[in-house]
Design a protein. Structure first.
Length: 292
């Protein structure tokens, strides 16, 4: 079965997963609104209108206004751009580090496997939330030129650097099995270097597992960023994210519930549809389904 037929079968199986397709379409729509609409809109998420504080949702303000008269709809869009960007960057960091560690550990085995496995176990034993809070506080205290007010890059890197262990274990297990397969042994017998064996023969065969882990890791990274921002250790105000919008409005739950409900609802929707997409990819990429 060639690569084109496998790809077509994967797409066909994914399309049969109704919730995954619903999640994919919904995520695309959200990304269009979050990443494209703010650039086309003339509305400013920082613009204050104190005469229109705590206005309920209406045709002029779809999601109402907050305590400073800022449009919640516009801030949700801008906040989503930051939250999703943090999730994507953290996911790429965790997938890169985890895949690298897993491939090297599983392919070489022996001392390399032992050392990298112990490092993975050390990271797994670290209380993740405590370290995230500590590093978030440290980043806030540093006065470095590449860390500007509202910068999300360092936060995303920290989240990704503490989230790669699951990917590493999955890739290691798959690599341990693949390195003994006939096509890898044949390539080794004709003198193929280790780099070619890893990149051309093993990595493509663990890619499906990495994709599924990356999808689920994206949801986890968004939750981590939201939690950090909610606690005041993530991206700092006035730059909006869904997390710090929740933190800044929690006292308004009874007086202006729309300022809390909409950011929280967006986190809930995005996380659940990403999990649906991950379930669909897991089923579609299952090699047992490619048997004729």
């Amino acid at each position: 079965m060639n690569n084109n037929s496998i790809l077509s079968l994967t797409i066909r199986r994914f399309r049969k997963h109704r919730m995954a397709m619903f999640g994919m379409i919904t995520l695309i729509i959200i990304c269009i609104f979050v990443f494209i609409v703010p650039f086309l809109s003339q509305q400013d998420p920082f613009q204050q209108d104190l005469l229109n504080r705590f206005q309920p949702p209406s045709f002029s303000h779809w999601m109402g206004t907050d305590d400073l008269g800022r449009d919640v709809w516009v801030r949700v869009l801008y906040g989503g751009r930051i939250s999703l960007s943090v999730g994507l960057l953290a996911m790429f960091v965790s997938v890169f580090v985890g895949s690298l560690v897993g491939l090297l550990s599983g392919f070489y085995g022996g001392l390399t496997d032992s050392v990298l496995s112990r490092i993975t176990e050390v990271f797994l034993s670290i209380p993740r939330l405590f370290v995230l809070l500590a590093l978030g506080m440290l980043i806030r205290s540093l006065d470095l030129p590449f860390i500007k007010a509202g910068s999300f890059g360092p936060i995303a890197f920290v989240i990704g650097a503490l989230s790669w262990m699951g990917v590493a274990r999955i890739v290691r297990g798959a690599t341990l099995e693949l390195r003994e397969r006939e096509f890898v042994l044949a390539a080794r017998a004709i003198g193929a270097p280790d780099s070619r064996l890893i990149l051309k023969h093993i990595l493509p065969n663990v890619f499906s597992s990495v994709i599924v882990s990356a999808t689920l890791g994206l949801a986890g990274a968004i939750i981590s960023e939201s939690g950090l921002s909610y606690l005041g250790f993530g991206v700092q105000l006035p730059t909006p994210t869904w997390g710090n919008m929740l933190s800044n409005t929690q006292s308004q739950m009874t007086t202006a519930p729309w300022t809390v409900v909409f950011p929280g609802l967006m986190i809930f929707i995005v996380v659940i549809i990403i999990n649906y997409i991950g379930d669909g990819l897991r089923d579609a990429l299952d090699p047992h389904h490619f048997k004729k």
